[in-house]
Design a protein around this ligand. Structure first.
Ligand code: AVI
Length: 328
């Protein structure tokens, strides 16, 4: 696999400095929060992999089953003989592999461009994607839309953008609208996008998925405090915080919080600052939005796409929605 690294390290604000700034900003708010993007250090990524394989977390296996059924039809909907698959977020490759195989089996030539800010994530893909004479793999280490621009400068083929795994659910409504418009703007008329959405469902099912019985989700959330301790010299005592994953029906999202079990102060060396937590004062970590078919269609239309087809599972837990770019 060829890899292009577009990260300009000279202009790039040091990752640790950015982390410190985001922690400062999040913990100084009236409603304290930490950004989900810091979940995924090595330990966090390992815990996330465990979550995705857990019985209670139905999302990953459901999407895998959908794509196993849908890959041939997706290939048939795309009429061109050569397709560029652009994946936003490298993932572990298992689901993208199904899409690639569907296209190859229908006789097409495929150029697969996974885009991820982590070079490490990119390397792991190599083990999953099987080489094929009609497949070129070109990893792009970059922010999503910088990567898309880079690919556009090099190729005029029909594009299929993959944004799987309900990653869109971690954006709020404004962020997802902006993200989809940004995607639309980087594509040509008739290019396509396949986006994974987790559907609204029985609250017990949702709640179990974000409070798995092995405690991996709890560890995943507490790991963010450990990361602050390790990288920024914090003195959080994770055992003094309780993980809470609840469904908020007003906004249609699972929300996760850490609740301090008692009053406490935490000092963060690299910020030279202490933060006070009152007992049970919520520290917000994550939104995982859930959708109805109607929500998905509205989002699609509002951001300049047209639904080509929804692919769902027998329980209607999840939808992979295939969209076509409309330009006048
Ligand atoms: C990555 N993302 C789609 C996951 C989700 O379901 O929101 C992250 C996650 N958080 C807790 N469990 C999984």
């Amino acid at each position: 696999m060829e890899i292009s690294n577009l990260v300009n390290y000279e202009n790039h604000i040091n990752d640790k400095e950015q982390f410190a700034l985001d922690v400062l900003n999040g913990l100084s708010r009236d409603e304290k929060m930490l950004s989900t993007k810091y979940f995924y250090d090595d330990k966090g990524s390992e815990l996330f992999q465990k979550i995705t394989k857990h019985e209670d977390y139905y999302l990953t296996r459901t999407e895998y089953e959908i794509l196993k059924q849908a890959n041939k039809e997706i290939a048939n909907i795309i009429s061109e003989d050569e397709v560029d698959i652009v994946e936003l977020g490298a993932g572990d490759g298992h689901k993208s592999k199904l899409i690639i195989e569907g296209l190859l089996e229908s006789g097409k030539t495929v150029n697969y461009y996974p885009i991820d800010i982590s070079a490490e994530a990119m390397k792991q893909l190599e083990e999953v994607i099987t080489p094929n004479e009609n497949l070129q793999v070109h990893g792009v280490v970059a922010e999503y839309f910088e990567g898309l621009r880079y690919i556009n400068e090099r190729s005029r083929n029909r594009k299929l953008v993959l944004f799987l795994g309900s990653n869109i659910g971690n954006f709020n409504r404004h962020q997802s609208h902006y993200f989809l418009q940004h995607m639309w703007n980087g594509l040509e008329a008739n290019d396509m996008a396949l986006i994974g959405f987790d559907l609204k469902k029985d609250v017990e099912k949702l709640t179990a998925a974000y409070n798995d019985s092995s405690g991996y989700t709890k560890e995943f959330n507490l790991n963010l405090l450990e990361r602050i301790n390790k990288e920024l010299g914090g003195n959080f005592e994770p055992e003094n915080f309780q993980h809470v994953g609840i469904f908020n029906p007003k906004i249609g999202a699972m929300e996760s919080y850490l609740l301090p079990k008692k009053d406490q102060s935490v000092y963060i060396k690299s910020l030279k600052k202490a933060f006070h937590f009152e007992a049970f004062e919520p520290l917000h970590l994550e939104y995982s939005f859930k959708y109805t078919k109607g929500d998905i269609e509205t989002m699609c239309f509002d951001s300049g796409f047209q639904v080509a087809k929804h692919f769902t599972d027998k329980n209607e837990y999840f939808i992979d929605s295939l969209w076509r770019v409309v330009k006048a």
